[in-house]
Design a protein around this ligand. Structure first.
Ligand SMILES: NC(=O)c1ccc[n+]([C@@H]2O[C@H](COP(=O)([O-])OP(=O)(O)OC[C@H]3O[C@@H](n4cnc5c(N)ncnc54)[C@H](O)[C@@H]3O)[C@@H](O)[C@H]2O)c1
Length: 460
C-alpha cells in the first residue's frame, strides 16, 4: 500500500469531527517511487496501447493484466509482453470472468492500475482499486448516473487514494499550444468555447466479429471489441455519451474546478437515422439488426454555462458519415482559434476581418510554432510514434511521473467526476426537451481556492 493517509483522512477515520467528511481531501499524499508497478484492467484495443507504452518505459514494471477475453485481448497482450520483457519474466494474466480484477487487486506488488474496460465497469473497478490501495488511471467515458460520479469522489476522499483521469486530448499538441496562447493572454478574456466528439464511429459500432473495425453490421455478442458493448449505449441512451475529449481540454483553459466551475447545461438531440441507415446500406433491409431502434440522436448539442461567465458548446456526432473533428473553438475578447479550418484571428495582429492560419509546430513563425507548449518542445521525440499523434504518451507519462514524484495528478478525481457527469445530465436534459440541469460541485466548494496544476511547465 503506497498511500499515507493525510492528517485530514486520519481525522476522518479516527472519527474526530465527521463534518470533515464534507471537506474535499485536497491533501492526497503519494509516496515517491523510482519505479511504478502497474496492473492493467482491460487489455482490448485501448488497453493494448497503454500496455505498449508502459512496456517502453524503464520506470514501469508491468506486473499483471486482467481481461476475460482469452481469444484476442489476452494473447495479443501476452505477445506484446514477451516481445518487450523476453520469455523469463512472468506477468500474470487474470482471465477468470468479469470479477477477476478483484483477485488482481489483492496482490501487494501493484502500485497502480490502468482501467480501459467498457464504460459500465470504470467506476466499479476504480472504486475497488482505491479500496485496495492502488491508484487508478481511468479511461474516458460518461457516467451512467450522477451517483457514480459521487462514488468516485467519495471513495477517493475516504481512502486517500488519488485517481487520474486519462483525457488524452488535453495533451494534443495544438490544444496545448492554444492553452499556452490562452495563458499568455493572446485571446483576451475567454468568453466562449466549443469542443466535441465528431467521429464517424459506424465502423466501430458494427463489425463482423473477426476484426475490430467494420466488415459487417453485427454488434453485441456477435461482434468484437467496442461493437460488443458500446453500440448498446446507442440503442438505449440519448445524450452526449462521450463528452470528455471536447470538455477536458477547454476546462483546462478556463480553470474548471480551480477558480471556476461548471454550473448548468441544456442539451438537445436530432432524430436518430445514421446507424439504421448504415445497417440497411451494408447488411440489407432484411438483416435482423435493421429492426433495431436506436435511441441516440445523430447529433447531440449540449450548452454549458460556467460560474465565471463563459459558455461551452459540446457536440456529440458519431452516427453519420463525416471526417473526424473535435470541433474546437476558443474565443475571447481579443480573438479566437478554430481547429476545423486551422484558423485564428487576433485583433491588432491579424488583418481586419481576415482569418490567419494557425499553422504547424514545425512551421517557423506560425502561431503553433511560436506557442508550442514547453512539454511538447521537450518530449516530442519521446512521444513520437505513440497513439493519437503522440498525445497518448503524455497521458501515461503524466500518470507515472506524478506517482514517482509524489505529486498531485494534473487531471484528478474532481475533473473525472465533472466530465463524467455531463452524460447523465445531458440525457436528462434531452428527455426534458432541453431542460436546464444543474451540474454538481464535486469539490464541495474547494474550487474557489484550488489552483491550476495542469502542464504549468515542461516537467510532466
Ligand atoms: N482516450 C481515447 O482516445 C480512447 C480511445 C479508444 C477507447 N477509449 C476508451 O477505452 C475504453 C476501452 O475501449 P477499447 O476500445 O479498448 O474497447 P475494447 O472492447 O477493445 O476493450 C475493452 C476490453 O475490456 C475487457 N473487459 C470487459 N469486461 C471486463 C472486466 N469486467 N474486467 C476486465 N476486462 C474487461 C474486454 O474483454 C475487452 O478486451 C473505453 O472506455 C473507451 O471509451 C479511449
Amino acid at each position: 500500500m503506497i498511500y499515507r493517509r493525510t492528517f485530514l483522512q486520519q481525522t476522518i477515520t479516527t472519527g474526530i469531527g465527521l463534518s470533515l467528511l464534507n471537506t474535499p481531501a485536497k491533501l492526497f499524499a503519494q509516496v515517491k517511487k523510482a519505479k511504478v508497478r502497474v496492473g492493467l484492467i482491460g487489455v482490448g484495443a485501448r488497453g493494448q496501447n497503454h500496455l505498449s507504452l508502459c512496456l517502453r518505459r524503464e520506470d514501469v514494471d508491468v506486473i499483471a493484466i486482467c481481461d476475460p477475453d482469452t481469444k484476442w485481448a489476452i494473447p495479443k497482450s501476452m505477445q506484446l509482453i514477451s516481445k518487450a520483457y523476453g520469455a523469463n519474466r512472468k506477468v500474470t494474466a487474470y482471465t477468470n470472468g468479469n470479477e477477476d480484477f478483484l483477485n488482481m487487486l489483492k496482490r501487494d506488488d501493484i502500485d497502480a492500475v490502468i482501467i480501459a474496460t467498457p464504460w459500465e465497469w470504470h467506476t466499479k473497478q476504480a472504486v475497488a482499486a482505491m479500496k485496495a490501495g492502488k491508484t487508478p488511471a481511468v479511461e474516458v467515458c460518461g457516467a451512467s448516473d450522477i451517483q457514480e460520479c459521487w462514488e468516485l469522489v467519495n471513495t477517493s476522499e475516504s481512502t486517500g487514494v488519488p485517481v487520474f483521469g486519462m483525457e488524452n486530448v488535453c495533451y494534443r499538441r495544438d490544444v496545448m499550444a492554444v492553452l499556452n496562447m490562452v495563458r499568455q493572454g493572446l485571446f483576451g478574456e475567454l468568453t466562449h468555447m466549443q469542443g466535441g466528439y465528431q467521429h464517424d464511429l459506424r465502423g466501430v459500432k458494427f463489425n463482423n466479429g473477426q476484426q475490430v473495425y467494420g466488415g459487417g453490421v453485427e454488434f453485441g455478442e456477435k461482434a468484437m471489441s467496442e461493437a460488443k458493448w458500446r453500440t448498446n449505449h446507442s440503442v438505449h441512451r440519448n445524450g452526449d455519451l462521450y463528452p470528455t475529449h471536447g470538455l477536458g481540454p477547454v476546462n483546462n483553459m478556463i480553470n474548471i474546478n480551480r477558480g471556476n466551475r461548471l454550473i448548468s447545461l441544456s442539451a438537445v438531440a436530432t432524430k436518430s437515422r445514421g446507424l439504421h441507415k448504415y445497417i440497411v446500406d451494408k447488411g440489407g433491409q432484411d438483416h435482423p439488426n435493421a429492426k433495431v431502434e436506436f435511441k441516440l440522436g445523430d447529433i447531440v448539442s449540449t450548452l454549458i454555462r460556467t460560474n465565471n461567465g463563459e459558455t461551452i458548446l459540446l457536440s456529440h456526432d458519431t452516427n453519420s458519415p463525416r471526417p473526424y473533428s473535435l470541433n474546437f473553438r476558443v474565443q475571447g475578447t481579443n480573438g479566437l482559434w478554430m481547429d476545423d479550418l486551422d484558423s485564428i484571428y487576433v485583433e491588432g495582429k491579424s488583418s481586419y476581418d481576415q482569418w490567419e492560419k494557425a499553422g504547424k509546430p514545425d512551421e517557423a513563425g506560425s502561431y503553433m510554432n511560436r506557442y508550442d507548449h514547453p512539454l511538447w518542445k521537450r518530449y516530442a521525440n519521446d512521444a513520437s510514434g505513440a497513439g493519437h499523434g503522440g498525445m497518448d504518451w503524455f497521458v501515461i507519462n503524466s500518470f507515472i511521473e506524478s506517482i514517482k514524484r509524489g505529486a498531485p495528478y494534473a487531471l484528478d478525481v474532481y475533473d473525472l467526476a465533472t466530465w463524467y457527469a455531463i452524460t447523465p445530465l445531458s440525457e436528462q436534459s434531452v428527455a426534458e426537451g432541453g431542460g436546464v440541469q444543474y451540474i454538481p460541485d464535486f469539490t464541495r466548494g474547494a474550487w474557489i481556492n484550488r489552483k491550476p496544476v495542469f502542464a504549468l511547465n515542461d516537467e510532466w
